[in-house]
Design a protein around this ligand. Structure first.
Ligand SMILES: [Mg+2]
Ligand SMILES: [Zn+2]
Length: 197
């Protein structure tokens, strides 16, 4: 009980994967299809430097739809971790939702609380990693990403244009919009209104 009471919670930067870290394609599960977008390594380094735990949160409905399986997803995740670690970027967590309500694989076909815009992945990461959601931020390329961030009570949400085209009302769903993860990191680390730490 004493240990729980004195546990120091960290702020996190929750990062969507497809369209933010790597180029958006129609289902990315092959290592040869994983192309890191420009500026991503520097952006992640900057977020880590200014005190954010780095946590990937990604919808992977392709698993429920039978486009690839959990093992293929895990192989690509291992590749992602090694690729970034070699450049000094260590992810504190990588969380995915394998579900979809209209899947073809029975085990993953259901409504769930972790498919964004639901906040389940963020809430689970907060429990497991000891994160302070009220000081945390999210960078995504779809309004479903930032809706998940807002549902989890994050401090700031940012939409980037490196994945999907943003809707005209993007700023109704996010605190800021910018070109890519590097620009998002600059804005967040400059305060995004105020400092994280
Ligand atoms: Mg995306
Ligand atoms: Zn799910």
């Amino acid at each position: 009980m004493a240990a729980e009471a004195t546990r120091v919670l960290r702020p996190a930067a929750f990062i969507d994967r497809d369209g933010v870290i790597n180029a958006e394609l129609d289902y990315v599960w092959r290592i040869e299809d994983f192309h890191v977008l420009p500026g991503v390594v520097d952006g992640l380094r900057q977020l880590a430097r200014c005190g954010y735990a780095l946590v990937v949160v990604t919808n992977q409905a392709g698993i429920a739809k039978g486009r690839y399986d959990e093992a293929a997803y895990q192989r690509l995740t291992a590749h992602l971790r090694v690729l970034f670690a070699a450049q000094g970027v260590v992810f504190d967590g990588v969380y995915h939702c394998p579900h979809h309500p209209q899947g073809t694989v029975a085990a993953y076909t259901r409504a769930c609380d972790c498919r964004k815009p639901a906040p389940g992945l963020l809430l689970r990461a907060a429990r497991e990693l000891g994160l302070d959601l009220a000081r945390s931020v999210l960078v995504g390329d779809k309004t479903t990403d930032t809706q998940a961030g807002r549902a989890a009570g994050l401090r700031r949400t940012v939409l980037v244009e490196s994945g999907h085209a943003l809707p005209a009302d993007a700023l109704a769903h996010a605190d800021h919009r910018c070109a890519d993860l590097a620009a998002a990191a600059r804005w967040l680390c400059a305060g995004g209104g105020e400092n994280a730490a």
